[in-house]
Design a protein around this ligand. Sequence first.
Ligand SMILES: C[S@@+](CC[C@H](N)C(=O)[O-])C[C@H]1O[C@@H](n2cnc3c(N)ncnc32)[C@H](O)[C@@H]1O
Length: 258
Amino acid sequence: MAEKKTWEKFFDAHAPVYEDNVFTKNTFREVDFLLEELALQPGDSVLDVGCGTGRHSIELAKRGYAVTGLDLSSEMLARAAYAASAAGVNVGWIHADATRFILPRKYDCAICLCEGSFGLLGQGDDPIDQPLSILCNISRSLKPQAKAVLTVLNATAMIRRHTNKDIAEGRFDPLTLVESSECPPREGLPAIAVRERAFIPTELHLLFRLAGMSVLNMWGGTAGNWGRRDLDLDEIEIMIVARKIAEPSAAGGVEQHA
Ligand SMILES: C[S@@+](CC[C@H](N)C(=O)[O-])C[C@H]1O[C@@H](n2cnc3c(N)ncnc32)[C@H](O)[C@@H]1O
């Protein structure tokens, strides 16, 4: 069996306390927001990449959508499956790495929220290939013209938190916008070394284009505080609303829809 990736180890151990995080408490209103943005038809299909404990997946399923949740952490998924059955809803759960998945069907929309994989780098992950492969996999899983909503870390806020001392001591790399830290997954457990990548809006436009998607909107989208507000330098997360406009090719780049 392949060795677990860093974030898999982290979230397997973090799973029992994940929903104690304050930023998870707004799920009902977040789903209202998503439904306004995505303009879905009753019964449409939703792919939730990095679904975690399934809070958005389950709320969407309760409202009648056909949801598939995909995550790297079997412990997060186990909690998601338990919560779905307690809520009496049917959700498909897939244990997979967002950088590698291929699904047999196409979805009416995708969500990837609170860095649901995007920019959560394994120790060996390339800071450009990791997010690009996730976007290409999401794009390949979407029907033509389908929308996606992602929230990702904002580089300006990350840069403002760091100093040249952090660069010298390896806590922040200004060339890749990667923050390295040691974080215990829950109280009493030893810290795990993790890497998180932040993004600037222009490179997000480029990455989405390379994956065959066009960015429709970008807003301040910090977890627990979504709104259609202009991005500022201190916003922790950026929300991106995008539409699939072309098929990503196997080699990267795109093939235009006929
Ligand atoms: C902060 S949680 C967000 C969960 C959920 N989207 C939410 O909004 O509550 C990040 C999730 O991404 C998952 N994840 C991290 N790297 C991943 C990868 N490469 N592929 C799939 N899931 C990944 C983690 O296991 C975790 O469940």
